[in-house]
Ligand binder design. Structure first.
Ligand code: ATP
Length: 367
């Protein structure tokens, strides 16, 4: 399958800054795919999106929409001629225009024709706008004014306005941040369904790792202007490439170990490794990938009775324990979804339930 959008090695340094805000960023997005660009605040997500849209001019690199070059060396196609739809955080609708008129705005003659669209009758434009509203589930609300809509409905009008001109690539920058949690969940599922159904390529910027994990078909994790790992959410979550990725996508235990091929010796005992490797390694084991029993009970084969409970946190559907290991230098978190009956001070046996991921160390804290 051919990608709908590709960026190759784009870099950007703002005047007066000594370091690039984005550096050598490369990714492609395919039809029917939601790619989530995630990373901490200030890592360059918005700048990447603005460069794809043509609101920023990258210093180097190229942007391609299918076969069409949008930016390469001296070529630069302006934002309104790129044929890319976007919804940014405040999804500003025109308050004095109805829902239908807001969507029609993107189809108004001049702007649409400039992009190579055909001249259209008003009737045809209204039909296209209504189709876009149907796609986002807003049929019947054409005549409402924005202030008569819920936040989620307004967000969907913005989405309809972005897709109505026939854009196959849609850029979304924190589009759900103004919505309450229930609506947020419903709306992001809807975006995902629309992308899949209409075979659009969506790039979603978010700093919310849970949103990224649950909405995206693929994640692209950014740090300090660079892409550090891309891949399906499960893969990036379970096999993070670096300590930063492991910690950014959820809680994890980082442990040093001595690898001897398929296993490593760690403060938690001998753990299986995801990849064959030898020598000093840094390992990531998520709290839910550790199992725990009271010491003294009949415990799982291979479990090491090396820890003591120092705290427990009840979270409704699960519990997280902090366990100090016998070495006293290390603490690990263990998440259980069953009642363990364990209390602070109890001695416990621990075992890794899955092979540990070998991660590249970086400057994240090692426990
Ligand atoms: P957030 O999640 O907080 O929105 P982000 O990952 O989207 O952050 P960007 O908005 O791309 O990050 O900003 C990256 C860096 O570039 C920040 O340090 C920001 O201050 C800087 N920056 C962004 N736009 C400009 C600009 N026009 N001029 C100068 N610096 C800028």
């Amino acid at each position: 399958m051919k990608p709908l959008l590709c960026v190759h090695n784009i870099s950007k340094t703002f005047p007066g800054h000594d370091r690039p805000v984005i550096k050598d960023v490369t990714f492609c997005v395919y039809p029917g795919e939601v790619l989530a660009l995630v990373g901490p605040s200030g890592c360059g997500k918005t700048t990447t999106l603005r460069t794809v849209m043509g609101f920023e001019h990258a210093d180097a690199g190229e942007v391609l929409l299918g076969e069409q070059v949008l930016q390469r060396e001296k070529t630069f196609v302006g934002p309104d001629q790129r044929g890319i739809g976007f919804v940014f955080q405040d999804y500003a609708l025109f308050p004095h225009l109805s829902v239908l008129e807001n969507v029609l705005f993107g189809l108004r003659g001049a702007a649409f024709k400039k992009r190579g669209g055909p001249a259209m009758t008003r009737r045809r434009r209204a039909q296209i706008a209504k189709e876009a509203l149907w796609m986002v589930g807003l049929m019947g609300l054409e005549d409402r004014m924005p202030h008569d809509l819920s936040g989620g409905q307004q967000q969907r009008v913005a989405l309809a306005r972005a897709i109505a001109p026939g854009a196959r690539v849609i850029l979304l920058d924190e589009p759900f941040s103004n919505l309450d949690p229930d609506l947020r969940l419903a709306t992001r599922n809807e975006v995902r369904m629309i992308a899949h159904r209409a075979k659009m390529a969506v790039v979603l910027v978010t700093h919310d790792q849970e949103e990224a994990l649950s909405t995206a078909d693929r994640l692209a994790v950014m740090r300090e202007g660079r892409l550090v790992q891309t891949g399906p959410p499960e893969e990036v979550y379970n096999s993070p490439a670096t300590a930063f990725v492991a910690q950014f996508l959820g809680r994890t235990n980082l442990l040093e170990g001595d690898a001897t091929g398929t296993h490593a010796v760690t403060p938690l005992g001998r753990v299986e490794l995801e990849h064959f490797t030898r020598g000093k390694v840094l390992l990531s084991l998520r709290p839910e990938h550790l199992s725990m029993q009271p010491a003294g009970d009949e415990h799982e084969p291979g479990a090491l009775c090396v820890g003591k409970v120092v705290s427990r946190e009840f979270k409704g559907h699960d519990m997280t324990f902090r366990i100090r290991l016998q070495s006293n230098r290390h603490e690990v978190s263990v998440q259980t979804d069953y009642a363990t009956g364990l209390a602070v001070g109890d001695r416990v046996c621990l075992k890794a339930r899955t092979p540990a991921a070998v991660v590249e160390p970086d400057d994240m804290t090692v426990q």
